[in-house]
Design a protein around this ligand. Sequence first.
Ligand code: M6R
Length: 612
Amino acid sequence: MCGIVGYTGKNSAITPLIEGLRRLEYRGYDSAGIALGTSGKLFIEKRAGKLGNLESSLGDQLPSATSGIGHTRWATHGGPTDNNAHPHVDNEGKLAVIHNGIIENYNQLKAELQAKGHKFHSDTDTESVAHLLSDLRKEFNGDLPAAMREAVKTLRGSFTLLAVHADNPGVIVGVRRNSPLVLGVGDSEYFLASDVAAFIEYTKRAVELGQDEIVVITPTGFEITDLDGNAQTPREYQVTWDAEAAQKGGFSHFMLKEIFEQPKAVADTLIGRLTDNNQIELDELKMSDEEIRSLKKIVVIACGTAYHAGMIAKYAIEKWAQISVEVEIASEYRYRDPIIDAQTLVIAISQSGETMDTLMALRHAKAAGARVLAICNTNSSTIPRESDAVLYTHAGPEIAVASTKAFLTQVVAVYLIGLHLAQVRKELTDSEVADLYNELLALPAKIEAILETVEPLRALTRTFAKSSSVLFLGRNVGFPAALEGALKLKELAYMHAEGFAGGELKHGPIALIEEGTPVIAIVPAGHEHSLDEKMLSNIQEVKARGAQVIVIAEEGAEVTGATHVIRIPVAPALFQPVLATVPLQVFAYEMAIARGNDVDQPRNLAKSVTVE
Ligand code: M6R
């Protein structure tokens, strides 16, 4: 978490820094700060709260500076106060550091530095780096890159660090270990940032930075070295989306914009995947037919919303391809002894590609000999880079903390994988695959149709704004959709919300129902295993105990016992989550507004969770 930006070049630094921070605020927003390089000293300003607080305190009395660093924080060590905000400086106030991640051995470093006379002014782990670098820079005769190389050898944990010194303010030194950092190459100006979004307005030329690489930017160029000072060859790529894609485009919130972008995101993720002779084309998997046929098991690792997409993968892949699928919460995965081997395919799902829990689980799986396929929305992020293969979703930048369009595209990506595996293993015929693919192609128009009729749902949602708890019920693939609906409501509306498998209700959760409790029930599509009828029974059970039941059901399906019915278009049963989730997203969005919450930046959260 935390967003980091650095600028050095021909122009004033303040605009790229503040604009960059605004675009990185999704990574953390409990304090923000900047350090501007002016000759001989640094101008530092930092404030608790959102970026707006920093901007107000900056006023228009800024020194002119053509280099600087900026930080937007998601607190780990030390509360969100002015003092704990970054940058952190050494005791001379000449060396400033910003940091994303956790320095695990900061306590020991702090004790050693205090023993040498350094005075600390914050509760953060980061401040120890500022003092350490200050000493090392003196040892290396003012050479900040050399000091950084040496400092990194003593640091443990995950970190992206940027440092600048007042004596040479045009030089910004950065490093990354298990946290993101990317270099932007402009026209006589250079950027370092957690994410290309920070500098996309200025340049689309980006350079990947590897683990433990030290990068130095100056107004005239950049240099990348390893920890021993050996030059590294830059790995440059072009960013494929533009600044406009990251703007609100007339919507009141990024989340609403992203909900409405879902038809396009799903269509873009599906496009061109079926050949003229009805073969699903997924070259990205980099697996031969023989390897696919010999697969024994698939393990999906993911967190939060991406985990729910993984749950849907289990239903789809097991049904179509007849391969056993396990779905694991990434943060739990490596702390047991999972059974994996070379015939296990691990699928890591992540919108950001930077989620530390998923990354660590991925490394664990790779070390155990599994092949890892990433499903990711962020080009060149760490998870795809460390995977054997990557299938990119084409949702475009997702800025709102609550994931919407990324989820739908992740689900669609796992359907594609399931169909491909089923086809290669001959569990589905080519014409069955083609029919299902064509049903997938019909989903964007169906999502569009749902979005055209959400106004009554928004009005209905507001009538529940004072409820203390909302329960979500689903069966089969409706179960992960119910979990996703509950997660959205928790993170946006700060309400107690839980998703249950309909059949589990009677094993405990039904005790939660009181007079008036809102229950959202998703009626499974079709009649397989009479799941639709079983859900109608569940609806009767909660209704009999006083619940107000909002039912999501496909057009034409019989519904009894509902207080309100939301209709969604007809689709094959396994595809229903792509449609049923949309009203749940709108419900959570509207509830957040009704309760006066910050939709795009809900409390305590961050978009990209780069700490374990
Ligand atoms: O970037 P990732 O997909 O790896 O993120 C995983 C979760 O942190 C994420 O889905 C989170 O649960 C969302 N905020 C939910 O809306």
